[in-house]
Write a protein that binds this ligand. Structure first.
Ligand code: ZN
Length: 134
């Protein structure tokens, strides 16, 4: 079951410059910076009420964020939904005929298990499922 929008991921080319912008816009400083080695990204998280913003900067040219920024401007990269049971959601979406980039959960930032849907099947929106690690 999907429970809420957990965060919105924003691709940035310069994390420090974007942290300054979002600190000004949101009126709060990021609560954490975290490198995710498996995804080749450095992330920075903001929290406003129940909502979170994740800034993502590529750490090398193999990163999905680097490839995104070759084709697009900086901006919204994905929408992440908090799910009760990530295995059940992956199976539910696959049963409906949607393809997943990750058919098994993997470790994401901020203490989550994550899996991305393939954006070709989800209306051009990159959807991330995420679930708190127990
Ligand atoms: Zn994310």
């Amino acid at each position: 079951m999907m429970r809420k929008v957990e965060h919105i991921g924003i691709a940035v080319s310069n994390l420090e410059a974007s942290e300054k912008i979002f600190t000004d816009v949101l009126g709060v400083a990021p609560y954490k910076r975290e490198a995710v080695a498996s995804e080749h990204v450095l992330t920075s998280f903001f929290k406003v009420g129940e909502s979170k913003i994740e800034l993502l900067q590529a750490t090398d040219s193999t990163s999905a964020i680097a490839r995104f920024l070759e084709k697009n401007r900086e901006g919204i990269h994905h929408i992440a939904f908090d799910v009760e049971d990530i295995h059940a959601e992956i199976a539910r979406l696959q049963d409906l005929g949607y393809s997943m980039i990750h058919d098994q959960p993997r470790e994401g930032a901020d203490g989550k298990w994550i899996a991305f849907m393939h954006p070709k099947g989800s209306g051009g929106v990159l959807v991330e499922l995420c679930m708190d690690k127990p």
